[in-house]
Design a protein around this ligand. Structure first.
Ligand SMILES: NC(=O)c1ccc[n+]([C@@H]2O[C@H](COP(=O)([O-])OP(=O)(O)OC[C@H]3O[C@@H](n4cnc5c(N)ncnc54)[C@H](OP(=O)(O)O)[C@@H]3O)[C@@H](O)[C@H]2O)c1
Length: 348
């Protein structure tokens, strides 16, 4: 159950607090105080904030570099600039912008450095746009920078029904590749609609199915699952292929130090990279370096605005329902991106 708590001082809005480790129910709705803007900052009225697997990991205290509890979660947002600090271009006021915040986006208003804001093209729905911020740049950089997917290639996307996976499938298709996508059987219709050949990772042998579809192996594998299955991802690569590993979803419920599974992945990547086998392995992590991130985010949002790919919003939920939204993600029932919409009255 979410509870409303009071804070001292003038209260002007709402934010969500992750107070300690636990289940999504521990999240609380608290009052937000409006601070004073420092030079170079801008206050954004949040229109959509993404719910991501990173928050699931943070809730277990298993996310790389997460702040100490309590903190306001929220990896990315889209909203409109309402107020600016000294030194910020007046023209920013009223602009719709996007930002990767890592934490802090689950609030009705967020103050950020103006240099970290990217303009959102006119006509884009904020919830669809936010689904393409972290996930869009992640998918874009993995397809075009890490694996350099080319026309005529065949690639394997794990978790093709998820927030990142739905975008990976579409961007790899856009790059001209044939795509094989793993997903639960109930989500195969979506995966097929996106243009991929679905494989049921729960009931089929993924390596066997991949070999049936691509007897010589695939040119790239995008793997967020980690664990022992990473070896299969490496083995189904053809000569010249690239394994892009970018997560360790299968070890979420392990009890050892959160870093251990990542060290195993890094060790494998390092070993595989030095072997004279004609294949490449790399670990991808989305970076906030303003220039590269913003350039790729602008590209991704422009492609979305041009209709070159679709952002799949699984559900829009009021900000105050953050614990239910995170619970929905944890349940595995969502296809695509769960989005929090401050001020939303009716869910959609
Ligand atoms: N490195 C980076 O910079 C970066 C950036 C963003 C995200 N990520 C990582 O990307 C992953 C996905 O994030 P997301 O927000 O897209 O999560 P999401 O929307 O919850 O999607 C996760 C997907 O994984 C699938 N899945 C779960 N276990 C699987 C398995 N054993 N084999 C194949 N698929 C499996 C689920 O498929 P079904 O529901 O069909 O079963 C689900 O669609 C997370 O691990 C996250 O940490 C990394």
């Amino acid at each position: 159950m979410m509870t409303k708590m009071n804070e001292t001082g003038a209260t002007t809005g709402t934010k969500i607090m992750m107070p300690h480790k636990g289940d999504p129910e521990v999240l609380t709705v608290v009052a937000r105080e409006q601070g004073t803007l420092k030079p170079g900052q801008a206050t954004v009225r949040v229109e959509a904030a993404g719910v991501s697997f990173a928050e699931v990991q943070m809730l277990k205290g298993r996310y790389f570099g997460q702040p100490k509890f309590p903190f306001v979660p929220g990896y990315d947002l889209v909203g409109t600039v309402e107020e600016i600090g000294e030194g910020v271009d007046q023209g920013m006021i009223g602009q719709r912008v996007a930002a990767l915040t890592q934490t802090g986006a689950w609030a009705d208003r967020v103050t950020l450095d103006a240099k970290d804001l990217a303009l959102v093209p006119d006509g884009l729905d904020p919830a669809e746009a936010v689904a393409a911020v972290t996930n869009g740049v992640t998918a874009w950089q993995m397809v075009y920078r890490a694996a350099r997917v080319r026309p005529g290639q065949t690639v394997l996307v794990h978790g093709a029904s998820g927030g990142v996976g739905t975008l990976l499938v579409q961007l790899a298709r856009l790059a001209g590749a044939e795509v094989i996508g793993t997903a639960s059987a109930s989500k195969h219709a979506l995966v097929r609609d996106l243009g991929a050949i679905p494989v049921d990772y729960k009931n089929e042998s993924v390596p066997e199915r991949v070999r049936e579809i691509a007897p010589e192996g695939v040119d790239a594998v995008f793997d967020h699952v980690g664990g022992p299955g990473l070896v299969d991802s490496w083995r189904v690569l053809r000569r010249g292929g690239t394994l892009v590993t970018y997560g360790s979803a299968s070890t979420l419920n392990e009890t050892g130090h959160w870093l251990k599974p990542y060290l195993t992945i890094m060790g494998r990547v390092l070993l595989w990279s030095v072997l004279p086998n004609g294949k490449r392995a790399t670990f991808y992590y989305v970076q906030r370096w303003p220039k590269l991130f913003q350039r790729d985010l602008s590209t991704v949002l422009s492609l979305l605005a041009e209709g070159k790919f679709k952002a799949h919003v699984a559900r829009r939920m009021p900000l105050e329902k953050a614990s239910e939204a995170l619970g929905l993600l944890v349940s595995g029932k969502a296809s695509g991106k769960v989005v929090l919409v401050p001020g939303l009255q009716t869910e959609g």
